[in-house]
Structure formats: structure tokens, C-alpha cells
Design a protein around this ligand. Structure first.
Ligand code: C2E
Ligand code: CA
Ligand code: CA
Ligand code: CA
Length: 280
């Protein structure tokens, strides 16, 4: 038994060492990814029921490392947050999106709203508003075309500063979406505190809307009612089937996003979804 225990121990530390090695490799490569131009952006279409067309896109960050290949955002974004490089990457991202919006505008797509994810470190950083303002000035983007997505779990860390910053963004013309709504320890009072225009409902509800005996259906209906009462637009995430789409439309959701419309794609492909009558 002693021998076996020893063997297990060695095995365990080897695994741990390998894990640390991987992590170190990840962090080392990530540190130079921005300057090496290894980040790029994909855009996922958001479909609006009232106009029966793609009205918006969510920007999602991608990293292709020549050494590690494609690394998923769930893996690297928390690392960017840990060592504060999310500030520089986030600033780069907002500028890229602003330039993309201008580019589409020049091509004749004048009312495409683009959303992007803002992390807590970014939002609460003392230079954030200043950076956003200078990007708007430099690129000449219309702030009304931008939506910043924030998650509730992050804003409750410093609700006062977050609210102040969101109000200032609203003043600039930038709209706010509350992301992943309904997950974590959601509290409805957040809806009273935060100046938001969109509710993005987490995909867990959509996923089970037909399978959990009406529970998700009831919750979704409630969320839509609340959103309507507060004059917020709802965006349902993770719509993968025509059945889900039909149901959500009947329930009065405003917008949907998910693989049924499209996966996140490169901007040249994303724009093809606008004014595409044969979509649904
Ligand atoms: P999120 O903001 O909730 O983004 C939606 C995620 O759901 C995306 O994953 C998207 O590809 C995925 N998704 C969309 N439609 C469907 C569907 O129909 N089915 C399924 N199963 N999944 C769907 P992705 O791109 O891997 O991003 C994961 C998370 O990483 C994002 O969740 C967001 O929290 C974070 N993230 C991505 N880009 C950024 C960024 O630029 N900045 C920050 N701070 N976070 C980001
Ligand atoms: Ca999001
Ligand atoms: Ca989300
Ligand atoms: Ca999420």
C-alpha cells in the first residue's frame, strides 16, 4: 500500500507540474498577444422580431496563438483580468469595434448596433471613461451604435461607482445591456439600481424551455413581463432551434441570439446576415 501511495503521489505532482507548465505557457504567450496582433474579433448576429431582420451583433474576443493555436475566451479572459492586461486589451477592442462600425457605416449599413463585453476591472478603472471618450473622438463613431454588456455579479462589487460610470456612458449615448441575466445570485433590485436598456437572458433558460415541465417557460415569461414593464428590451441567448425561436417569439421576446441564426463569425461574413430575407 505504501508503494502504491508513493506512486500515486508522484503521478499527482507530475500532473500538477504539467498543469502549471501549461498555465505558464499560456500566460507567457498571452502577455505578448496584443502587441503581436494575435487577438481578433468575431461577431454574432442578433435577430429582432419586430423588424424580422438582424439588427445587431455581439463582439466576441478570439485569440489565435502561433504556438498554442486557438484558445477559448473562457480560458484566457480570466487570465487577462488577473494581471490587469484586460485594460489594454479592452481599450484595443473598443477601438476596433468603433472602427468596424464606421467601416460598415461607410458601406451603407448605417444602423447596425454592436455590443461588446466590458469586464469589471475595465469598467471601474479610473481612466475608462476618458479612454472611451477619446476613442469616440478619434474614430468619430456614433455612440448610439454601441452597447456595453456588463454582468451583474461584477457590478455588485462596487455598485456606486458602477452606476456612476454607466450613467456617464448613457450620457455619452452608449447603451447598456445586463448580460447573463438570471444566473448567479440574481437580485431583481439590480434592475432598480442600474441604468440599463437591454436584458440579455442567459441561455440556460432557453435550453430547457421545452424540457423542464414548464419551469423555464414560466420564468422566461416573467422576465419578459418585467422587462416590458421597465421598458427594457430582451435578448434571448443560446437559441439553437426553430422550436425555441417560435416559442420565444410567441412569448414576446424582442430579440434572439444563438446558433440557430449564426455562430460568431468574421465581420465580412457577419454583415451578410443584414437584410437577408431568406434567413428565417
Ligand atoms: P457571453 O458574453 O455570455 O457570450 C455568449 C457566449 O455564448 C459566446 O461564447 C457565444 O459563442 C456562445 N453562444 C452563442 N450562441 C450560442 C448557442 O446557440 N449555443 C451555445 N451553446 N453557445 C452559444 P464565447 O465566444 O466562447 O465567449 C464566452 C464568454 O467569454 C462570453 O460569454 C464572455 O463572458 C466572455 N467574453 C468573450 N469575449 C469577451 C470580451 O471581449 N471581453 C470580455 N470581458 N469577455 C468576453
Ligand atoms: Ca455577452
Ligand atoms: Ca451572455
Ligand atoms: Ca457568459
Amino acid at each position: 500500500a505504501k508503494k502504491k501511495g508513493g506512486h500515486q503521489f508522484v503521478y499527482f505532482t507530475e500532473q500538477l507540474a504539467a498543469l502549471n507548465e501549461n498555465q505558464r505557457l499560456l500566460v507567457n504567450n498571452l502577455n505578448s498577444a496584443l502587441e503581436k496582433g494575435e487577438f481578433y474579433l468575431v461577431y454574432q448576429p442578433i435577430y429582432g422580431f419586430s423588424s424580422e431582420s438582424v439588427v445587431s451583433f455581439e463582439t466576441l474576443l478570439r485569440w489565435k496563438s502561433p504556438i498554442l493555436g486557438e484558445v477559448g475566451p473562457v480560458k484566457f479572459i480570466s487570465l487577462l483580468e488577473e494581471n490587469d492586461s484586460i485594460i489594454a486589451v479592452g481599450r484595443w477592442l473598443i477601438r476596433e469595434v468603433a472602427l468596424q462600425v464606421k467601416h460598415w457605416e461607410n458601406e451603407g449599413y448605417k444602423d447596425i448596433v454592436v455590443t461588446l463585453n466590458v469586464s469589471v476591472k475595465q469598467l471601474l478603472h479610473p481612466n475608462f471613461l476618458h479612454d472611451v471618450c477619446s476613442i469616440i473622438r478619434e474614430t468619430n463613431v456614433r455612440p448610439e451604435m454601441l452597447v456595453f454588456e456588463i454582468t451583474e455579479s461584477m457590478v455588485i462589487q462596487n455598485i456606486e461607482l458602477a452606476t456612476q460610470t454607466l450613467l456617464s456612458l448613457n450620457d455619452l449615448g452608449i447603451q447598456i445591456a445586463l448580460d447573463d441575466f438570471g444566473t448567479g445570485y440574481s437580485s431583481l433590485s439590480i434592475l432598480k439600481m442600474l441604468p440599463i436598456q437591454y436584458l440579455k437572458v442567459d441561455r440556460t433558460f432557453v435550453k430547457e424551455v421545452e424540457s423542464d415541465g414548464g419551469v423555464s417557460h414560466t420564468i422566461l415569461k416573467g422576465i419578459i413581463d418585467i422587462a416590458n414593464g421597465l421598458q427594457l428590451k430582451t435578448v434571448m441567448e443560446g437559441v439553437e432551434t426553430i422550436e425555441q425561436l417560435t416559442l420565444l417569439k410567441k412569448m414576446g421576446a424582442h430579440r434572439i441570439q444563438g446558433y440557430f441564426i449564426s455562430k460568431p463569425v468574421l465581420p465580412e461574413i457577419a454583415i451578410e446576415f443584414v437584410h437577408n430575407d431568406r434567413l428565417i
